[in-house]
Design a protein around this ligand. Structure first.
Ligand SMILES: CC(C)(COP(=O)(O)OP(=O)(O)OC[C@H]1O[C@@H](n2cnc3c(N)ncnc32)[C@H](O)[C@@H]1OP(=O)(O)O)[C@@H](O)C(=O)NCCC(=O)NCCS
Length: 441
């Protein structure tokens, strides 16, 4: 049985939902379009099979769109949409994540992705998702209203010479074992503590952790192998997450948390030794070299502070593309955060209207004694006497704590505020803050 038709594009092309019977064709399509090597292909294949199965807690087979050439049944273009919930300083909001975006060479530049994105964006509206987020190729998604406004990954790396040695008479103080289902409460608690370092993060509930630990195929490129760190008394110390498909010559971890009862400086040397050893094992299995190890933990992380000599190389973050189609609705959702920030700033008890001009439309925020009374989108005709102007989408840099008003002004001469006080008010409401987001895949 094939998936339901969504649009007939004419000339024998249709856009339809995927069905279980598309599994192999989608695997072939995805590896042809996206794979960058043998093991990358293995990881992609496992990911696609996991998604198509619909076994994950947040994804259904029909969340793939397929453009099919009905004359021969070929898949010529496809995307998928992974729904999830993120949090903004503790306030949950729904997010749609387009992924596995691709078109066969012979069918490119005909608007096939543009049309599928219209459909995915509509699904997001129907699911109450206020934001769409993509980890994507440079520039492209700007065409569909996305702006790069949230740090993606980044980290620190070192080489064999930086792996701390353990002396012959010393006993390895910390050990690593694969996490099992009964570890979920411990992992969850520590993950959530780590999230407090990040302004935006992702809500992982029991079902998602269970799926991560026991549901995904072993080599799913987006799975993380979770290891519990224990000391010699078998006490739980923390956990780390390692990709099961090696990142080339690099052995990487992408998550690392410990409980407050232990110290990063004591635990981290053992983590590095384990990461190196794990890298050697994966290198052997996956016919790769092992030359480097890395902590891919975002822009900042407590472990970086204690490993300056072990992790000398800094890898700057890339960025998520975010799209916020109804900014007023999003700001209303995070209203308590905005009011708290105001209260804790020089503008406590503020009364007034902040009228933001985005040149083609705008936004008005009205405050009364520090309470946000109204937030509304403004049309082109309502933009006179604005307090600040931002070229389209650049205001999102402030909303997601990615850039200050001064940084945006420095980049864009058409960004301005009517006076310095307004600039300070904007920085108080939307301060620059670190985020490290681990999305649901
Ligand atoms: C990038 C890719 C998905 C685009 O697919 P497509 O079906 O050609 O996309 P569309 O035709 O719907 O593109 C819409 C617009 O983007 C433009 N465009 C297409 N590819 C582009 C690119 N790489 N960079 C910039 N613009 C691009 C098109 O010209 C079109 O513009 P227009 O509507 O003003 O004419 C396709 O080239 C591909 O599969 N590449 C390899 C895999 C990949 O990189 N996927 C993205 C992973 S994040």
């Amino acid at each position: 049985m094939t998936g339901k038709i969504i649009r007939d594009l004419g000339e024998g092309l249709i856009i339809r939902h995927a069905a279980l019977g598309d599994e192999q064709a989608l695997v072939d399509f995805t590896t042809e379009i996206h794979s960058e090597g043998e093991w990358d292909g293995v990881g992609l294949e496992a990911w696609v099979r996991d998604l198509v199965s619909g076994d994950g807690p947040t994804f259904d087979t029909a969340d793939f769109t397929i453009v099919e050439n009905t004359t021969n049944g070929e898949i010529v273009s496809s995307c998928c949409h992974i729904s999830q919930t993120w949090s903004y300083e503790g306030i949950p909001f729904k997010v749609g994540r387009p992924e596995l975006v691709g078109t066969k060479k012979a069918y490119r530049r005909r608007g096939l992705i543009r049309q599928q994105f219209e459909i995915l964006h509509q699904w997001s509206v129907e699911r109450g998702e206020l934001v769409q987020a993509i980890t994507g190729i440079p520039y492209y998604y700007r065409l569909f209203g996305y702006e790069m406004t949230l740090n993606l990954s980044g980290g620190r790396a070192g080489y064999e010479i930086h792996v701390p040695e353990i002396k012959d008479e010393q006993v390895e103080p910390y050990h690593f074992r694969q996490a099992v289902e009964s570890d979920i409460p411990f992992v969850e608690e520590n993950y959530e503590r780590g999230c407090r370092r990040s302004m935006v993060n992702v809500l992982w509930d029991d079902a998602l952790w269970k799926y991560e630990l026991t549901g995904k195929r072993q080599y799913n490129i987006n799975r993380r192998e979770i290891y519990i760190i224990e000391n010699n008394k078998k006490e739980q110390v923390g956990f780390i997450g390692i990709p099961p498909v090696k990142w080339g010559k690099n052995s990487t971890l992408t998550i690392y948390e410990i409980t407050p009862d232990f110290s990063w400086s004591e635990v981290t040397p053992s983590v590095i030794r384990f990461l190196w050893k794990k890298g050697e094992e994966l290198a052997k299995e996956q016919k790769q070299e092992q030359k480097m190890f890395g902590f891919w933990l975002g822009e900042t992380h407590p472990a970086y502070l204690v490993t300056e000599t072990q992790l000398p190389r800094e890898i700057k973050p890339y960025a998520y593309y975010l799209r916020v189609p109804d900014l007023a609705a999003f700001l209303k959702t995070i209203q308590p955060v905005l009011e708290t920030r105001l209260k804790e700033s020089a503008f406590a008890n503020y009364t007034g209207e902040l009228k933001l001009n985005f040149y083609r439309d705008g936004l008005s925020l009205s405050f009364e004694n520090g309470q946000l009374k109204t937030v509304k989108n403004l049309s082109f005709d309502e933009l006179e006497n604005s307090s600040a102007a931002f070229p389209p989408l650049t205001f999102l840099h402030m909303v997601f704590g990615y850039r200050t008003i001064d940084e945006i002004k420095y980049m864009h001469k058409d960004c301005g505020t009517k006076d310095d006080l307004t600039a300070h008010l904007l920085d108080a409401l939307f301060p620059k803050k670190i985020s490290k987001v681990w999305p649901i895949s």
